[in-house]
Design a protein around this ligand. Sequence first.
Ligand code: PMV
Length: 331
Amino acid sequence: MTTSSAPGKVYLFGEHAVVYGEPAVPCAVGVHASVTVDRRDEGLRIRAGELSLDGFAVEYRPGTSVPEIDAPADLLAAATSYVGEAVEQARAAAAERDADTATGFELTVDSDIPLGAGLGSSAAVVVATIDAVTRELGVTLPREELADRAYRVEHAVQDGDASRADTFCVTMGGAVRVEGEDCRTLATPDLPLVVGYDGETGETGDLVAGVRQLRETYPFAADTVSAIGDLVRRGESALAAEDRATLGELMNINHGLLSALGVSARPLDEMVWAARDAGARGAKLTGAGGGGCVVALGDPAELERALSYTTACERAFHAPLDTDGLRRGES
Ligand code: PMV
């Protein structure tokens, strides 16, 4: 039996603009998905244990059709496509190192990361799955390879619509900088971060398409995207200097620019303003937008309380920076 876990992530700065080659700074936060792998004779059995939604179990042979089971469609799709593809990547990595891969697996996924809410839940599950399966087969992958293979899984499952940001960030931990193919870790101070979740899911593809259209229609929308890139570069030096006042101010500006690009929504704005009214140094939506999460910088107890009293907010939680990234449990 082997267990690995990986954290969720928020964007401190730069989502959407990263699609056009600007840098972005996501950072790993203290919510986690863990995957435990046991061997079985053949096939794949996936048990979703503690998820933010109801659990379920599904058993099938890769290459055969998935049986009908009574589980929310998005959970089932996540389990069978992301986890199934991650197991194949793990087998390939182990086979390249001459490990014996002739076995089936039972995987148990536990996660306290809200699903489909821009917190990198699929990346965390994929990274933890590849790591746990390869180690169960006697192979320990370097983190860079793990992040790269996890990216390939997301790329395949999401029909090419994936960036390296999530998988790199949750593998490495801390804050990272992503610009195209170039991914680096950043020295990161401890930041008091709180997440507010409205219980909704944003349609990433539609939101990215909306920004693309604005950018093509209005030159000043293209300037807004470039302004986000400038803001990210300024944010990197504020991060290095541990300058929380500037970081907060830049988070507020970033939210305004994302709003101008049409990707905010009333519940996200309500949560952002609730956090600011409660003394946050800064607050912004995180991820694709439309619905999902905001991240706020400031006193965790105050912000958590203020957000939890906000009608738009379904769940608020302290999300301290996670500096470990992937964690390897006992084999
Ligand atoms: O909502 P998330 O965490 O999947 O982030 C989407 C980030 C975008 O920049 C909007 C899209 C992307 O692929 O980078």
